[in-house]
Design a protein around this ligand. Structure first.
Ligand SMILES: *Cc1c(COP(=O)(O)O)cnc(C)c1O
Length: 217
């Protein structure tokens, strides 16, 4: 089913939209099957889980961190990921920058936006994004490549639309701001139940788990 799901999804989205297969809890076999069906980006939520799984997936893909990252895991994270989508503080960015320097690596990152302004949620508030990105632009081993948002989970894509809109507007604003060492290329938003609305609202990167792999056990 993984192959059929992927072929159907890739056919129905516009060609400029990148699909990240959100692979938490999935086996190396399932992830390999997804890559063989045309997926090039794998999203993971946990550093430790990824370390184990990535060693067993021989098929070539880029691995993106899409879960909340603790500063004390920065070192390990830059070793195993090709992009970090969830940077939401200068402290975390500085830890990632230091870790990248010691590896001689430049890490592309996205800024996670707390578009629903939820107190317990990760992400920077929309009005704080400018200041954060300006701070990060001075860190020479990181490269800001766009923004990511989750938005409040409701199960109803129409309820997600306002948060997608807010994030899209911010993305455009940041693009026009011309911040040094920053390229506003990726707008990562939309999950299995909401990706169609997200694409309509301007997403060019979507993160899909359930609709690729089936329900999580
Ligand atoms: C799990 C996850 C997804 C995908 O969720 P589905 O509803 O299974 O498509 C997307 N983004 C993040 C950050 C996730 O943790």
């Amino acid at each position: 089913m993984i192959r059929e799901n992927i072929l159907r999804i890739l056919q129905e989205i516009p060609p400029y939209v990148s699909v990240v297969a959100a692979a938490k809890t999935r086996t190396p076999q399932e992830i390999t099957e997804a890559i063989e069906a045309g997926i090039t980006l794998i999203g993971e939520n946990y550093v430790q889980e990824t370390e184990g799984v990535r060693a067993l997936v021989k098929a070539k893909a880029s691995w993106h961190m899409i879960g909340h990252l603790q500063t004390n895991k920065a070192k390990k994270a830059v070793q195993i990921f090709d992009m970090i989508q969830t940077v939401d503080s200068l402290r975390l960015a500085e830890a990632l920058d230091r870790a990248c320097k010691s590896l001689g690596k430049i890490m592309p990152i996205l800024i996670e936006i707390n578009s629903g302004r939820e107190a317990q949620k990760a992400g920077v508030l929309p009005e704080e994004a400018h200041t954060l990105i300006h701070g990060i632009s001075a860190l020479s081993s990181l490269k800001v490549m766009g923004v990511m948002t989750m938005g409040p989970l409701s199960g109803n894509p129409e309820e997600s639309r306002p948060y997608f809109r807010t994030t899209r507007a911010l993305f455009e604003e940041l693009r026009c701001a011309g911040i040094p060492n920053t390229e506003m290329r990726y707008l990562s938003m939309g999950m299995s139940d909401s990706y169609k609305a997200a694409v309509e609202e301007g997403a060019n990167m979507i993160r899909l788990g359930t609709c690729i792999f089936g329900p999580r056990g």
